[in-house]
Design a protein. Structure first.
Length: 66
């Protein structure tokens, strides 16, 4: 797993925990902000994982065809 994907996954998990804490404490607006941040970081993690897979497959195809 690429390093950036790992970091964004950690940010996503922490944002989910922060959202739960915010909702439990009654701060709905802050909880929604944390949920949005969790969604953004989740999408970033998937992007970095897919980009790494595509680069790996492209490199493998180049070595096979050479």
């Amino acid at each position: 797993m690429p390093r950036l994907a790992l970091y964004t996954s950690i940010v996503c998990a922490l944002a989910v925990v922060a959202a739960v804490v915010s909702f439990v404490q009654g701060s709905i607006l802050l909880g929604v902000v944390w949920v949005l941040l969790a969604g953004l970081s989740s999408n970033m993690a998937w992007f970095y994982v897919r980009r790494h897979r595509a680069e790996t497959e492209a490199a493998a195809e180049q070595t096979v065809s050479a």
